[in-house]
Ligand binder design. Structure first.
Ligand code: A3P
Length: 308
C-alpha cells in the first residue's frame, strides 16, 4: 500500500508544518516543492486518463467510489479489496505520485490541485476531467472537522478564525473561490464535466448515468443500480477500503472521528452563527459578483445551493 511506503522519510516534527508553493499552502508531510514542480511541469497526462478533481471536502471520496464502481461495471469486488487511494491515487502527494507512476493505463486519478498548478501536459491531451463542487459553507464545516482529525494539518482553532482563514485562502490548497473559478473556466470543453455534491445527493442514479455518458461507458440498469448501492454513504462507511480506517495513525487520529462524518447537505446551518453566515455571504457575493462581471463561465456557476 502506497501510504506506508514513504513514512520513514518523515519526522514527527514535520507533522502540522506547512510550506507555501506559488502562493498556495501545502502540508510538509508527503508534499514537497520539488514534487509539485515535477507534477506541474514534467508529469505526462495521458489521453485515456480520467481525473477526479475537487477542492478538499467537496465529495472526492464519493466520486472516487463512483468512478471505481463504474470501471468495475458495478461489481463491488474491487472497491472491497483495494484501498481507495490505490484505486484512484492522488497525483500530487509523494505516495500518490509513486502509485500513479506505477498505475497501468487507463488510469483513474485524483487531485485537489488548483488549475494553475495542475500538470501542464493536460493542455495537449484528451484526458477527461470530472470536477465536483459543493456548497462552500458545507465545505468549510466539513474541512473544519476534518482538520481536527488529520495529524498533518494545523489545528483549525476556533470556527471564527478558521472562517477567516477559509475566506482568505489561508488553508491547505488555497482559496475555494480561486479553485472553483479556475477549474470552471474549462466549462464547455468536451473533456470537462462538472457536477455538484448536491446533485449527487438529489439523484445519484441520474448522476451516475450522466457520468457514464461523459466517460463513454455503457452500463445496464442493474449495473447502474449496483454502483448507486455500493457508493451510498452507508456502504462506504462500512467498507474499510473506502472509509479511511486503514489510514495509518500517523496521518489521522481515528479516535476523534471519521472522514465519512455526516454526508448531508446544509450541515453548515448546525454550525455557523447568523453573523458567521452573513460574513460568508458578504465575501461570497464580492468574489462571485466579480466573477460574473469578468468570467466567461459565470452562468455555469449558477449553483444549486442557497447563497445570496
Ligand atoms: P461531511 O464532513 O459533511 O460529512 P472528501 O471526500 O472530498 O474529503 O469529502 C468528504 C465529505 O464527503 C464528508 O462530508 C463525507 O461525509 C462526504 N461523503 C463521502 N462519501 C459520501 C457518500 N457516499 N454520500 C454522501 N456524502 C459522502
Amino acid at each position: 500500500q502506497s501510504w506506508g511506503s514513504t513514512q520513514r522519510e518523515h519526522t514527527p516534527a514535520m507533522a502540522r508544518e506547512y510550506f507555501t508553493h506559488k502562493g498556495v499552502l501545502f502540508p510538509c508531510l508527503d508534499f514537497s516543492p520539488e514534487n509539485l514542480s515535477y507534477v506541474e511541469n514534467e508529469f505526462q497526462v495521458q489521453d485515456d486518463d480520467v481525473f477526479n478533481i475537487t477542492y478538499p471536502k467537496s465529495g472526492t471520496s464519493w466520486m472516487r467510489e463512483i468512478l471505481s464502481l463504474i470501471r468495475s461495471d458495478g461489481d463491488p469486488g474491487w472497491v472491497r479489496s483495494v484501498v481507495n487511494w490505490d484505486r484512484v491515487p492522488w497525483v500530487e502527494s509523494r505516495p500518490g505520485l509513486e502509485a500513479t507512476l506505477k498505475y497501468p493505463t487507463p488510469r483513474l486519478l485524483c487531485s485537489h490541485l488548483p488549475i494553475q498548478l495542475f500538470p501542464k501536459s493536460l493542455q495537449r491531451s484528451k484526458a477527461k476531467i470530472i470536477y465536483t463542487l459543493r456548497c462552500p459553507k458545507d465545505v468549510l464545516v466539513s474541512l473544519y472537522h476534518f482538520s481536527k482529525l488529520l495529524r498533518y494539518f494545523r489545528d483549525p482553532g476556533s470556527l471564527d478564525s478558521f472562517l477567516e482563514d477559509f475566506l482568505s485562502g489561508n488553508v491547505v490548497y488555497g482559496s475555494w473561490f480561486d479553485h472553483v473559478t479556475g477549474w470552471m473556466g474549462l466549462k464547455g470543453n468536451e473533456n470537462f464535466f462538472s457536477i455538484t455534491y448536491e446533485e449527487l445527493q438529489q439523484d445519484l442514479q441520474g448522476s451516475v448515468q450522466r457520468i457514464c455518458h461523459f466517460l463513454g461507458k455503457e452500463l445496464s440498469e442493474e449495473q447502474v443500480a449496483a454502483v448507486v448501492e455500493n457508493a451510498s454513504f452507508q456502504s462506504m462507511k462500512g467498507n474499510k477500503m473506502s472509509n479511511f480506517s486503514q489510514l495509518p495513525d500517523e496521518y489521522m487520529d481515528h479516535q476523534k472521528g471519521e472522514l465519512l462524518r455526516k454526508g448531508i447537505c446544509g450541515d453548515w446551518r448546525n454550525h455557523l452563527s447568523e453573523a458567521q453566515s452573513q460574513r460568508f455571504d458578504t465575501v461570497y457575493q464580492e468574489r462571485m459578483q466579480g466573477l460574473a462581471l469578468c468570467h466567461p463561465c459565470a452562468a455555469a456557476l449558477t449553483v444549486p445551493w442557497e447563497m445570496p
